[in-house]
Design a protein around this ligand. Structure first.
Ligand code: GDG
Length: 750
């Protein structure tokens, strides 16, 4: 911030200094010339005065031929320090009398009316002023009196004047710069605050004061721009409003008239597992679950997912239903059972060895096997059947989650053509060339286009998808309306950036200071230890290796921080039966060990790696206890950890380091954005974060908190459901018109 303010000041001071220097360059010689001219005029007047005074006595002495008195008069006259020499030339122009100081080289100078054309003569001793005056006696020329005046004092004065003028310019420049910078800073801050207030006012419903006059001319343009941005981000032009569970419920009851909501995802939101202490409920480490669970709590309905827990079968009813959340049930979880082979082929094989690396482009080769594909088709059909079974009407709203179910939309549409199917793709979508290597690319695209609405996190992923469809299927794409027309169906493809539910205050949660102390004590670290945190599934797309390398590089580049900083990585195990994930885990462990060996001293270890699942409350305590949270994904649809960290920091402190390759980087501009592949950049960002002044942290954190609070997961779901409601309404009107016109035709025939 300080650097930015110096930069801003320089922007005013440098041109100002240049202009003043240029002005001085021309003005100083001009002023010098002017003062010399004034002095010469003074000397002229003085010469006339002296000549007039000497004239009469001199004529008398000349008449008496009294050279002694003439010399005496001359000597007395030049006692004046400025009158340097005197001479008298007879009418024939011969030097008759002169003082000893008279420079002979001057001879007998003549000039019009007794004045020299240029009275300044340069002598080896310095410049002198020479003037001569004709003396007349009774109208007859008696000779010329020549006066030579010293000008060295003028030079001295002119030097002094130059110095004063220069000093004056410097003083003036300083004063003008200071005033300009002060005014510029004041107006800049006023302006910035005005724009900031306006942006906040636009994006969030908070009371606004009157608009500062300096931004008034810009206001309408800014508003238009913001609306456009909102439209781009949210996919429609509806003005933003505070979204929450209640708004979502109202939307469902009013716009969707209480229509049934069904969610389909692979991962279930609650897993029942057998433990030595009986059946326990676990929450999986999954961004998708984090987001969709908040929505389901608000709108009830049924969530269809794979029952993967060891005690899942024991906890469902005869319809494979279990009410959740266990503490306050508000919706139904319907479990679908998969055999080992099905899970292996559909989930581990096609979805996670094929589609996951295909879409992430994180330098892991996708693997495609026909047997996996067959299982993927089969399981998609199993889940589609479950949707059809759970549907209480022919037009439910079905929210299909993620790349595990690319074929399901078409399968559901085949049986329930009136269903509104909203498919959300939680991971990135690659460019057409990259996607083209999938042997079943047309089938996947066809399956997805069974959706009414297809959502991606960012406009970039949406564009990649449209380009891919354009490349591989016979479709008509309306870019403006963002629709794909395929066969007789229309799919709306839009960006819906996902988020989290803004956390309610937790009654007995530790305050930040207590969280800091608790975590440091638990990790046996000194109370003032600087802490970094990373929370991820142990997945090769999350950039954990690059994150550790950045920690190592920072310790190399800044030895002052060795011993004072610890990075805690929470890495929840995931897909551990796959070779790629086992190899990755081994790499992460080996790297942490190597770095720890290199920098350890006494009990100090720079990296603490915790490869186990944590409770959500524990994660929040870690977030609150850390100086910096590092999210360095090599590619990520959105990344919710970044938003969870921000939401946890009600003290408005803490710095987020965020990979430019996450969807979140498109929203959280106040994070320190890094390219995770550039290790030095990551290292410097980490160091900068640890040294960032509290004010700057607050400023950044505050802006990001407003963003995450207002652009929450209810808004994400609400926008999709609003679009769905609009399309359903349009469909209802169309079918009413159709049946009316059919009735008319029938009556006409009758
Ligand atoms: C996919 C996309 C997109 C992590 N460890 C534990 C734990 N977590 C929670 C985090 C967070 C979630 O898991 C991870 O969310 P991300 O968004 O970071 O990543 P993915 O799981 O890859 O999610 C992603 C997301 O879908 C949503 O669309 O953002 O781009 O890849 O909520 O806190 N939770 C618990 N214990 C842990 O040990 N309880």
């Amino acid at each position: 911030m300080r650097f930015r303010s110096v930069q801003l000041s320089m922007r005013f001071i440098v041109p100002l200094a240049l202009v003043l220097a240029l002005f001085g360059y021309f003005a100083i010689p001009w002023m010098e010339n002017l003062t010399v001219r004034w002095f010469v005029r003074d000397l002229d007047t003085r010469s006339q005065l002296v000549s007039s005074t000497l004239q009469q006595p001199l004529l008398n002495y000349l008449e008496d031929n009294d050279s002694a008195r003439i010399n005496d008069a001359f000597s007395r006259a030049i006692q004046d320090e400025r009158l340097y020499a005197l001479a008298f030339c007879d009418p024939s122009g011969k030097l008759a009398y002169k003082t000893d100081t008279y420079p002979v080289s001057l001879g007998c100078p003549r000039g019009a009316e007794g004045e020299e054309a240029n009275p300044v003569v340069k002598l080896p001793r310095g410049p002198v002023h020479v003037s001569s005056r004709e003396l007349t006696q009774d109208g007859i020329a008696a000779g010329r009196l020549v006066l030579v005046q010293d000008m060295s004092f003028i030079e001295r004065r002119s030097e002094d004047t130059k110095k004063y003028i220069l000093g004056l310019f410097v003083l003036l420049a300083g004063a003008i710069s200071l005033i300009t910078v002060l005014i510029a800073h004041l107006s800049w801050h006023g302006w910035l605050n005005g724009v900031r207030d306006m942006l906040r006012g636009e994006l969030s419903p908070r009371p606004q004061g009157p608009m500062p006059p300096e931004i008034a001319p810009l206001a309408s343009e800014l508003r238009a721009l913001l609306n456009e941005y909102n439209r781009e981000l949210q996919g429609n032009g509806v003005e933003s409003q505070p979204w929450g569970p209640d708004t979502l419920k109202t939307l469902l009851n009013q716009d969707l008239a209480g229509d049934q909501i069904l969610v389909v995802s692979n991962r279930e939101p609650y897993i029942h597992v057998n433990t030595p202490n009986g059946v326990k409920v676990q929450r999986p480490a999954s961004g998708l679950v984090t987001a969709v669970e908040a929505v389901m709590r608000a709108c009830s309905g049924t969530w269809i997912a794979h029952g993967a827990g060891s005690a899942d079968r024991d906890t469902v009813d005869a319809n494979d239903h279990v009410p959740v959340p266990p503490e306050h049930p508000s919706y139904t979880l319907r479990r679908v059972w998969l055999s080992k082979e099905e899970e292996q082929g559909y989930y581990y094989g096609f979805a996670n060895e094929g589609l996951w690396p295909l879409c992430h482009i994180a330098h892991v080769r996708p693997v495609f096997r026909s047997s996996d594909w067959a299982e993927y088709v089969k399981v998609n059909q199993r889940f589609a059947d479950a949707v059809i079974q759970e549907a209480r009407s022919d037009n439910p709203v079905v929210l299909v989650q993620d790349y595990h179910f690319a074929l399901l939309p078409r399968m559901v549409r085949a049986v329930l053509p009136k269903a509104t199917i909203i498919t959300f793709w939680h991971i990135p979508w690659p460019n057409p060339e990259s996607f083209g290597i999938c042997p079943w690319r047309e089938e996947i695209l066809d399956g997805m286009l069974g959706s009414t609405i297809l959502g991606f996190h960012t406009p970039f992923h949406r564009k990649n998808f449209l380009d891919t469809v354009d490349r591989y299927l016979e479709t008509r794409i309306e870019n403006e309306a963002s629709t794909v027309s395929y066969g007789n169906e229309l799919t709306q493809v839009k960006p819906y950036p996902i988020s989290i539910a803004w956390p309610e205050p937790v009654p007995d949660e530790c305050d930040v200071a207590a969280c800091r102390a608790e975590i440091r004590q638990a990790l046996a670290l000194p109370a003032d230890q600087l802490l970094g945190i990373g929370v991820d599934r142990l997945d090769y797309t999350k950039g954990i290796v690059e994150r550790f390398q950045a920690v190592e590089r920072m310790l190399e580049l800044h030895p002052d921080i060795v011993g004072k900083f610890t990075f805690v990585q929470i890495a929840a195990p995931t897909r551990s039966s796959l070779d790629e994930y086992q190899n990755f885990e081994a790499r992460v462990r080996a790297l942490a060990q190597r770095i720890n060996q290199r920098f350890s001293s006494g009990s100090y270890l720079p990296i603490i790696l915790k490869t186990e699942h944590h409770e959500q409350a524990q994660l929040r305590t870690y977030f609150r206890a850390s100086e910096v949270c590092s999210v360095t994904s090599l590619h990520d649809g959105m990344n919710l950890v970044a938003k969870e960290f921000i939401a946890s920091r009600d003290d408005e402190q803490g710095v987020l380091i965020l990979s430019q390759f996450t969807g979140a980087a498109r929203e959280l501009h106040e994070a320190l954005i890094v390219n995770p592949y550039h290790i030095e950049e990551g290292a410097e960002a980490l160091y900068r974060a640890l040294r960032m002044p509290a004010d700057e942290q607050r400023e950044r954190m505050r802006t990001m908190r407003v963003r995450v609070r207002d652009f929450n997961v209810y808004r994400w779901a609400g926008r999709m459901l609003q679009d769905a409601a609009r399309l359903r309404q349009r469909e209802r009107v169309r079918s009413r018109i159709n049946s009316l016109s059919q009735n008319r035709v029938r009556k006409g025939e009758a």
